[in-house]
Write a protein that binds this ligand. Sequence first.
Ligand code: GLC
Length: 515
Amino acid sequence: MRTESSPDDLWWKTGVIYEIYLRSFADSNGDGVGDLEGVCQRLDYLTWLGVDAIWLAPFYPSPMADFGYDVADYCDVDRLFGSLSDFDRLVAEAHQRDLKVIIDWVPNHTSDQHPWFTESRSSRANPKRDWYHWRDGAPDRPPNNWIAAFTKEPAWTWDERTQAWYLHLFLPQQPDLNWTNPKVVDAMHGVLRFWLDQGVDGFRIDVVHAIGKDPALPDFPGDGMSHVMLNSDQGSQRLIRGFRALLDTYPGDRIMVGEVYILDTARVASYCASDQLHLAFNFPPIWTPWTADAWRHQLKATYREFSALDAWPTWVMSNHDHRRHRTRFGSEETARAAAVLLLTQRGTPFLYAGEELGLQDAIVPPDRVADPGGRDGCRAPIPWDATPTHGWPIEPWLPWPPEPERNNVATLQQNPMSILHLYRRLLKARRRSAALQRGEWKWLTSPEGTLAYVREADGDRRAVIINFTDETVSAPLEENWQVEVASNGVDEGKPFAGIVAPYIGLLLGGDSIGT
Ligand code: GLC
């Protein structure tokens, strides 16, 4: 274990984590759905790219009502994705390459097919009855006004057999567990131990802020917003402290990154106290348009709230639940500048597989829509090469993202000016710079429509300037800098001339870079 004297050198602070949406990453067995062996076969690509860890979306046995976020067995692998021994091999192969492995853990709800729930719903007297939230009432009046995600219908389903309501913040097929029941806590601690014993380096914890609920389950003054975004109870933080205590009994730096889907950065940061989560996703930036003012605000808020609590931020532009930032921002050049912003922050960046290829969301025709939450577009499969099925044995489960014959790994690998090589250069630059990995972060004065900041650690310095406008700006900086990475790949290694072309992001270093 690392000592207290180097708290900022921990892998999960210095590293960059790469999200793999398993169904869409790489298919080894020709069923059109990605799998664990497929990931194994592509690990060398990830080390070539230069990421430090992978986060695997759920691979557990599941009826797939929410594509694996409805878990029917927490301690096994769905046949669609492989087997436990495939998983072991993946962890071993990843570790051999110095890649950490984080797995998704979904504690707020199970599948309605999980044996815990089938028992719970079988009778009012069943010993597992209280493992979920059951309420009496009239079949035409749900117990409170909470709204479920995706459907925007009541977060309650009436169960005919036992004449009672059960709670689900997501689909009816995803009943919420009752975490006030100590048996649920015990069973779930057992799940964490099972995977820690398999050697995982940590967990991405699905909607972790939602696990604790006000026991009275009161009505919520809301405007039809799904309740999961509103739920925040001390109970969640108490439970998280229990998970943390458990992880801390294991050797190595095992971590938890929580999905705290509350659009309030101060509250998100409060989940990252030293006895709670190591990291939490902070989603306001993912809802932020590509303008200098909007990003100035997000950067300020994040650094203010996280430093106030001595917590370490995370940075995410895209994931499997949101339109990709390439699509949101509307052009590859803005996506490139966004990569410079993302990979030069203080905090842990998360990449979403495919963003390094500049992938846009797929256009999904109505007859191919799969997800009840409308998120198929960002989950389109990764094109690996320019062949007709792009490195997949057969056509995958969702349509391709636009222009797969151009935006695929093999084609972009051959082009040093591609967005893929930009990501690789940024990752490399980050890896060799103490300033970028753990340095302080300070604003530099820069013209309207641009943002500039400097990072510094142990005498190592980097500066960044981003032009959000469609005009060339003159932005003389006080010191002499050299262009280390440019989002368009132009003039790297040359002195910075104080001019930034439209939509360009520049990472600047001192004279000593590259040595
Ligand atoms: C999280 C996941 C999302 C899933 C939901 C319910 O938000 O990221 O994909 O649908 O939780 O588990």
